[in-house]
Design a binder for this molecule. Structure first.
Ligand SMILES: NC(=O)c1ccc[n+]([C@@H]2O[C@H](COP(=O)([O-])OP(=O)(O)OC[C@H]3O[C@@H](n4cnc5c(N)ncnc54)[C@H](O)[C@@H]3O)[C@@H](O)[C@H]2O)c1
Length: 385
């Protein structure tokens, strides 16, 4: 498939669909040829605004076109049915996280993926930030023995009791909100940077507002565009979670997740403690790594092709001071998948495929079981597929 332009379709016209559009636009040799949305007028406007030739409200119209990759950027409930159709119709598929609503669905996608002969990815974009790659490299090469891991993902966009959107509707979001939505990112970062799997965990899920006040929402995720009368609605999913876990070699992990912590917009951070030093990455300061030393001075390493490992230059193309950030991680995430689709390199370990996406769903499910039964859950207890 190399040389030819990749023909791409995007499904969804909301917050993340626009980020996919922009990221793909930065990748040479790509062409977005179709967009699929729910509302015809909105989808037409999207296609006109972004200069996309075809727009549809029926996903299956894509199967009559010549499409190399479809990006699924819809609410969670549509990931499984759409990814399934893409695999059955032999179209490479790049799906937003979480891969599905349940492990039953993600397990089925794994089975289909094995037979399909096409490539499948899930957008766990933070692993493709330059400094996360550098963190992984340093954990491998200079951290010493792994002692402890501490992760946090805290946000404030659902902090008020009248914040309400589709993330509170279990048929759209699944049985978990915060753990599936942002915990999945943290699980992936921890497993990717340490090159270990979480083998057991204990989770406490917390709903700070048992009742929320729902009004009409007109905007996309994070827009807070509400109007009309407020209706009291029972909240059935979690606003926060505290999780302790063990990696497969017994290293202990603590995680804190929250969507109700004032002032923290996208506060994802990870500290890995080793016998020689500790390393910290903070998403809100994404172009730096903090290297903590017991003896001598601490270090701040900046994203710059001169300062990161030579193999990582493609993730940090600009010199320090030209800060790499969230949008660069998105672009890299898609680029890693596309280079495999083009047959340039088999870098399936670089991105999250449906096998790893299913594993992340198992971690979400393990948190739900642990919380309900108030016990440690071994990942081995859950069905493999
Ligand atoms: N990787 C990340 O960092 C990240 C960030 C935000 C969201 N997400 C994921 O992206 C997905 C979408 O979230 P969002 O924040 O963009 O939501 P959003 O509400 O802003 O947008 C959802 C879009 O899906 C469209 N849609 C709904 N039903 C549809 C249908 N039947 N056919 C076609 N389109 C349909 C809606 O019209 C809307 O445009 C979620 O699964 C979320 O978890 C990922």
């Amino acid at each position: 498939m190399n040389k030819k332009k990749l023909r791409v379709a995007i499904v969804g016209t909301g917050f993340i669909a626009k980020q996919h559009y922009e990221a793909i636009g930065r990748l040479a040799g790509t062409e977005i040829v179709a967009v699929v949305g729910r509302d015809e007028a909105k989808t037409r406007r999207f296609s006109q605004e972004y200069g996309i030739e075809n727009y549809f409200t029926n996903f299956e119209e894509l199967f009559y076109m010549d499409i190399d990759v479809v990006h699924i950027c819809t609410p969670n409930n549509l990931h499984y049915p759409m990814a399934r159709l893409a695999l059955e119709n032999k179209i490479n598929v790049f799906c937003e996280k979480p891969l599905s609503l349940t492990t039953e669905e993600s397990g089925h996608l794994v089975e289909l993926a094995k037979e399909s002969g096409v490539l499948h990815g899930v957008n766990l974009n933070y692993r493709s930030n330059a400094m996360v790659r550098e963190m992984k490299k340093r954990v491998e090469e200079e951290l010493g023995d792994l002692l402890l891991v501490k992760g946090e993902y805290i946000q404030d966009w659902l902090m008020f009791d009248d914040d309400y959107d589709w993330h509170f509707e279990p048929e759209l979001v699944g049985p978990s909100r915060t753990v599936a939505d942002i915990g999945s990112h943290l699980f992936d970062l921890i497993q990717f940077t340490t090159d270990r799997q979480i083998r057991r965990l204990y989770a406490k899920l917390i709903t700070v507002y048992p009742t929320r006040y729902k009004r009409q929402q007109s905007g996309e995720t994070f827009a807070h565009t509400y109007s009309g009368e407020a209706e009291a609605v029972e909240v059935v999913n979690e606003d926060a979670a505290m999780i302790i876990a063990e990696l497969d070699d017994g290293v202990k992990v603590s995680m804190h997740l929250s969507q109700v912590t004032g002032g923290f917009k996208n506060g994802l951070s990870l500290t890995i403690s080793g016998s020689k030093e500790s390393i910290t990455w903070k998403q809100e300061e994404p172009d730096k790594l903090f290297i903590g030393k017991r003896l001598g001075g601490n270090e701040l390493v900046y994203a710059d092709p001169k300062y990161v490992d030579g193999s990582l230059a493609r993730f940090a193309a600009l010199p320090a001071g030209h800060a790499v950030g969230w949008a660069d991680g998105m672009k890299n995430s898609i680029a890693e998948f596309y280079s495999h689709v083009r047959g340039e390199v088999d870098n399936s370990q670089s991105y999250v495929d449906f096998y790893k996406g299913h594993r992340l769903m198992q971690l979400v499910e393990a948190c739900l079981i642990s919380n309900k039964e108030e016990r440690w859950v071994e990942l081995g207890e859950l069905n493999e597929e």
